[in-house]
Design a protein around this ligand. Structure first.
Ligand code: 9MG
Length: 279
């Protein structure tokens, strides 16, 4: 039975004895990032943000150059390369695992050459050439579910049975990747909170975390940090959603998620330490 996620230089148990939930810190190198306000667009700021995350106990740093917030326009490849690649090279040997958040096969190839440990694809490796770009590497691969595209995904999300449809999508992508020759131990799944989903869809998926893991037999990454599903419950603007986000991360971990993708690394690390001490 598979029970470790093997990605780049790292190896995480995700079920059974010795499981420790991991924190993936979000490093947006985007001028229009919805919650960083563009503070980390320069290399210098990106590096100092990453250094703080390392001090705070981050396990994985997820570097992204293109905003995926609802309505965000696509970014040309050249600009994404210019934003992201210097950060990947600068962070590669700082300790934590390095992930790159991209759906573009050309960027995936460059990131593999730079030695990243994980490719986080909000598009589930559906772009032509995406699977081929990562096939001969040992990077971890996060397959996320998204209905529609960032520009239009929140206009009218619609499902008959959101949990069954997300499971079916992820199963199809897992099968396609394994059929192409990807080692299943490299794969983790992500329901894609906020990507073409209403608040109700998001909570139906959060409650089904254990079912997704069991039915797909894969480790699960959950990204809820500061999203509208948190805002809808706490009734607070994005800059005041930290505690609600930590609550969401704990809810996911309590149901078996092995990685939580967060803005607030220090607070999430502390909360998970206490949660773990209670087990
Ligand atoms: C890039 N990005 C934004 N939100 C995300 C989420 O929930 N999961 C993953 N894997 N990536 C995300």
């Amino acid at each position: 039975m598979r029970s470790t996620l093997q990605f780049g230089r790292f190896n995480y148990p995700w079920r059974g004895e010795g499981v420790r939930p991991r924190v993936m810190g979000i490093l947006n190198v985007t001028p229009d990032s919805f919650s960083d306000g563009g503070n980390y667009q320069s290399l210098e700021f990106a590096i100092s943000h990453a250094e703080q995350m390392i001090l705070d106990g981050v396990d994985i740093i997820d570097v992204g150059g293109e905003s995926s917030r609802p309505g965000a326009p696509p970014l040309p490849l050249e600009q994404e390369l210019q934003r992201v690649m210097p950060v990947l090279y600068a962070l590669r040997d700082q300790g934590p695992a390095i992930s790159v958040d991209t759906y573009k096969p050309q960027l995936m190839r460059e990131a593999v050459i730079a030695g990243v440990d994980m490719i986080n694809d909000i598009n589930g490796f559906r772009a032509p050439g995406a699977i081929e770009a990562v096939l001969d590497s040992d990077c971890g691969l996060c397959i996320m579910h998204m209905q529609s595209q960032p520009q239009t995904m929140q206009l009218a999300p619609s499902y008959t049975d959101v949990v069954a449809e997300v499971i079916a999508f992820l199963r199809e992508r897992i099968d396609a990747m394994i059929a192409a020759g990807i080692d299943p131990r490299r794969i983790c799944i992500d329901p894609g909170f906020g990507f073409g989903k209403t608040v109700e869809h998001n909570y139906a998926l959060l409650k089904a975390t254990g079912r997704l893991i069991a039915e797909l037999d894969m480790p699960l990454l959950a990204g809820l940090s500061r999203k509208s599903m948190i805002g809808a419950v706490v009734d607070k603007p994005v800059e005041r959603r930290m505690a609600g986000s930590v609550g969401g991360a704990l809810a996911a971990v309590a149901q078996g998620a092995v990685i939580v993708r967060v803005h607030d690394v220090a607070e999430t690390v502390d909360a998970l330490k206490v949660w773990q001490a209670a087990h």
